[in-house]
Design a protein around this ligand. Structure first.
Ligand code: ZN
Ligand code: ZN
Length: 178
């Protein structure tokens, strides 16, 4: 089982490679089920606080652990190098991902998590534009809206009033899983 000391040790190693200093960055753990990691900067005196938060879910899986902590570290490096511009998961960030050795993808691929979501979910909604898949446990607002629109206008022919959170696309397919 990995812990905060292992994250700090990896970040020290990467600091030497990337020639940045993240030694004052806060490292926290939480119990988030879906969001495996995040990077945050809070402005303040004298230089603000950078925080990386990692979900305890990844601590027992070495590959997922490394990919997740390096993903968030790459956000920190981009921030230190370009403090005045936002880069998200763009080219600049992807270049740093190659430097630190993580998958240059916005979401860390977690096969086990996906399987578990699929096993528990009742509906799968797929964005027809970017392929993003979202799972829903019950017929909440989004599922109800898509069902209503499908009934009214024929299945998924027209733009929906729901927008994809990743790409803004408005066409979806929906599968009832059980
Ligand atoms: Zn990210
Ligand atoms: Zn999309």
């Amino acid at each position: 089982m990995r812990g905060i000391e292992d994250i700090r040790r990896e970040y020290d190693r990467l600091d030497a490679i990337c020639r940045v200093d993240t030694s004052r960055m806060e490292i926290r753990l939480n119990n988030a089920a879906k969001r495996l990691g995040s990077f945050q900067f809070r402005p303040g005196f004298p230089r603000g606080t950078m925080t990386v938060t990692i979900s305890r879910r990844v601590l027992g899986d070495e590959a997922l652990f490394l990919d997740t902590i390096r993903h968030e570290y790459a956000h920190a490096v981009v921030f230190l190098r370009h403090p005045l511009s936002r880069h998200g998961h763009d080219k600049v960030w992807k270049t740093v991902c190659r430097e630190v050795g993580c998958t240059p993808r916005a979401t860390v691929k977690d096969a086990a998590l996906k399987e578990r979501m699929e096993a528990n979910a009742k509906y799968k909604v797929t964005c027809m534009r970017c392929g993003a898949e979202t799972y829903y446990m019950r017929a909440g607002k989004v599922v109800q809206t898509l069902q209503r629109e499908a009934n009214r206008r024929g299945p998924f022919k027209k733009a929906s009033s729901v927008a994809c959170r990743r790409c803004g696309g408005r066409k979806f397919s929906m599968t009832e899983l059980r």
